[in-house]
Design a protein around this ligand. Structure first.
Ligand code: SF4
Ligand code: SF4
Length: 222
């Protein structure tokens, strides 16, 4: 446990003065990972620019996603160096879905953040970070260090009467349910419909539509 605390402190030092970054640590015992992997370092990066429906456009949102990814990657490079220098085994879990059929990943970044006590799943089906709201990017590094247990977030802190994300979805993909721990994502979002509609832009843009309507409509984290 001594090494874990030392590494946690070193990682916190790395991001100490960065107001865009929050770090948490999650056990990974609930995942189908090789036994020697014990924990995940979860990094939540606030979007480089906070936009709302008033100044939203898909192109601006995509630009913000790219800038935020670049910012988090710079920190990740330093974090990996730190782990390597301390002989800690790690790997970056697959971020994108392996196929378009079940749309699943072996390690869910947002569920890692929930288990690290960093936020909950909003009615919009994405992580709502305690500090930054839903305008965030999540990264994860799986490691073989044992970390002290943390209390996961067990329920939603969305206002039960808030429907902003539900109403803004052009396809009615969100189901207006309050999340609780253990709930399947199907109960929050028709993710296949969301994915299908965003995929219709591939021929036009060479990528899925970066729809951020249900994120930028959220009043939290502004
Ligand atoms: S990302 Fe867009 S399409 Fe998908 S649920 Fe949110 S608003 Fe709807
Ligand atoms: S818009 Fe309202 S209901 Fe939707 S995620 Fe934000 S707080 Fe929750």
């Amino acid at each position: 446990m001594g090494q874990a605390i030392m590494i946690i402190n070193e990682i916190k030092k790395l991001i100490d003065s960065d107001p865009y970054i929050d770090i948490g640590f999650s056990p990974v015992g609930y995942c189908m990972l090789p036994n020697h992997y014990k924990s995940a370092i979860i990094m939540v990066t606030r979007h480089t620019e906070i936009i709302t429906l008033q100044n939203y456009s898909e192109d601006i949102f995509e630009k913000i996603l790219c800038e935020t990814r670049d910012h988090s990657r710079n920190i990740l490079v330093k974090m990996k160096e730190l782990l390597k220098n301390n002989n800690i085994a790690y790997y970056i879990p697959q971020e994108a879905q392996a196929n378009e059929k079940d749309l699943c990943v072996p390690f869910s970044y947002k569920f890692g953040a929930v288990n690290a006590g960093m936020g909950w799943i909003g009615k919009n089906g994405v992580l709502v970070s305690r500090g930054f709201g839903p305008r965030v990017r999540i990264d994860a590094i799986i490691t073989d260090i044992n970390i002290p247990a943390v209390e996961p977030v067990k329920g939603s802190f969305c206002d039960i009467n808030c429907n902003k994300c539900i109403e803004v979805c052009p396809y009615g993909a969100l189901k207006n349910n309050l999340w609780k721990y253990g709930m399947h994502r199907n109960e929050l979002i028709d993710y296949k419909l969301c994915n299908q509609k965003r995929s219709e832009f591939i021929s036009l843009k060479n990528r899925k539509n970066s729809c951020g309507l249900c994120i930028v409509s959220c009043p939290l984290g502004i």
